[in-house]
Write a protein that binds this ligand. Structure first.
Ligand code: 4AD
Ligand code: MG
Length: 458
């Protein structure tokens, strides 16, 4: 017999004579002649209850089944007399597939702290919270693809190993080949595999631009890496980035796209993973649903960087770092703008050129570039992007001004030499999107096995 997933059983319209459920036991409760197993199979937040008649012959073993064990239960799907669940399984056969020792199994039926669960990242998907988290993460990934595919964007796979630093921030992890004859360790490292220094990519943008200037609208969605030596709740060394790149597009188009895709993704989670969201609304952030409803229904605020700095300088409270024109907007500033001042997402655009990357399109004021960041409450920056400098002479001058090695960018400059066109794109931090949707406050809790500064486990 084929197993039926719990999500399907719980939405059944009528009972069934025989169903087979396989999953993990959340709890077992014993009465005189019966045992009640709460089973979860990961297909949804809800458990299904199985009632086992322990007085009947052959069911003695049920009392060996504890929290965490995997089981197969066969029986009839019947209407549940208890409140809460519509259906339960009246078991006619129970099989213990894999036992879990009750003395050592770390997950008990109580709320565990996030810190405790991070230390057992391999077992935390068995909790309600992390089951819900990773179903939502999956839903969001699908929403991203659906969004772009419905709009004629092509999915592009850009390289993970690269020779160039897209952001010019120097926060790169090196890739080295090992000498198979030598033991793992520094003496086994050969650095000449590519004949030049190789790194893990910080962004797919430089590879995506040539494709936008050929296929029109493209997007990448893949892992990116940053060696940011800071232990924060919103930076990981390995994270996923969504990077659309559009030909014949302006900064305005870019802002419209960023706002639209964020709304689309949040709407998708509300519509398709509502019960998982409820868990976060109940236990993580009681204002979550109101925040998300507002996000999808109201236009984002849009202000030039210059105005953002003015707002920060007039703020009724102080910051650790003073805001000033020409200085980076810090996380505390980003959060102030989105959380306290506007109380909704804000798009800040037209940043001073000296704090932004070489490829951003220069504005006529000679001072700013067509950059944009989307800032959201609780997180700060979630999207960073720009119009790209499509004028060859301007881009060459900028590369020289910034002291970058021009010979590394000749292939990139070809796109401006031959049939250049205005284009724009951005990077959406996928983990930050999952944080936005769930109210999670630490990036370590939205990644299956997080890699962060000084942490590489599992
Ligand atoms: O603003 P960033 O650095 O932009 C770029 O890399 C551009 N080349 C993207 C583009 O235009 N195609 O990064 C984009 C987003 C940030 O807004 C943030 O959401 C996320 O990537 N991000 C990180 N997320 C988690 N951990 C980190 N260490 C991150 N660094 C950036
Ligand atoms: Mg940025």
């Amino acid at each position: 017999m084929k197993r039926t997933k719990i999500t399907e059983l719980l939405s059944a319209r009528e009972g069934r004579e025989q169903v087979l459920v396989k999953g993990w036991v959340r709890t077992r409760r014993d009465a005189k002649d019966f045992s009640f197993l709460e089973i979860n199979d990961g297909s949804c937040l809800a458990n299904i209850q199985a009632i086992v008649d322990t007085s009947a012959q052959g069911y003695d073993g049920v009392k060996e089944i504890g929290t965490g064990a995997s089981v197969a239960v066969q029986g009839a799907l019947v209407a549940s007399p208890g409140k809460g669940q519509a259906w339960e399984v009246k078991a006619t056969a129970v099989e213990l597939i894999g036992a879990a020792d009750q003395e050592t199994f770390p997950l008990q039926k109580k709320r565990h702290s996030d810190e405790f669960l991070r230390a057992i990242a391999h077992l935390r998907p068995r909790t309600n919270k992390f089951g819900a988290m990773f179903r939502i993460r999956s839903e969001l990934a699908l929403a991203i693809h659906r969004y772009f595919q419905e709009r004629g964007f092509f999915y592009l796979h850009t390289p993970i190993i690269t020779g160039s630093d897209c952001e010019g921030a120097g926060e790169m992890l090196r890739v080295t080949a090992l000498d198979p004859g030598k033991p793992l360790g520094p003496e086994g490292v050969k650095n000449d595999f590519f004949g030049k220094d190789a790194f893990l990519t910080v962004s797919g943008q430089l590879s995506a631009e040539p494709f936008a200037l050929a296929l029109g609208d493209v997007y990448t969605f893949g892992p990116t890496f940053r060696a940011e030596p800071s232990d924060t709740a919103r930076h990981a060394a390995e994270f996923w980035m969504v990077e659309p790149e559009m030909a014949f597009a302006t900064l305005q188009d870019n802002m419209d796209l960023a706002e639209d895709i964020l709304k689309y993704c949040i709407r998708a989670v509300i519509e398709r993973r509502g019960s998982d969201l409820e868990l976060f609304a109940k236990w993580v952030d009681t204002t979550l649903m109101a925040t998300l409803e507002r996000l999808v229904s109201e236009p984002f605020e849009r202000i030039p960087y210059r105005e953002a700095v003015e707002i920060l300088r007039k703020a009724p409270r102080s910051f650790e770092y003073e805001a000033a024109f020409g200085k980076d907007i810090q996380t505390e500033h980003e959060r102030y703008l989105a959380e306290e001042h506007f109380k909704k997402p804000v798009i800040v655009y037209d940043y001073p050129k000296d704090i932004k990357a070489f490829y951003m399109r220069q504005n006529d004021d000679g001072e700013t570039v067509g950059a944009m960041d989307v800032l959201v409450p609780r997180i700060g920056e979630i999207v960073g992007g720009s119009a790209r400098e499509e004028r060859l002479y301007r881009l060459e001058a900028r590369i020289a001004e910034m002291g970058l090695a021009a010979e590394h960018y000749q292939w990139y400059l070809d796109t401006r030499r031959f049939g250049t066109a205005p284009h724009a794109g951005f990077g959406l931090g996928f983990e930050r999107l999952v944080m936005l949707a769930t109210g999670a406050t630490n990036i370590r809790d939205v990644i299956a096995f997080p890699r962060t500064y000084k942490h590489l486990e599992f």
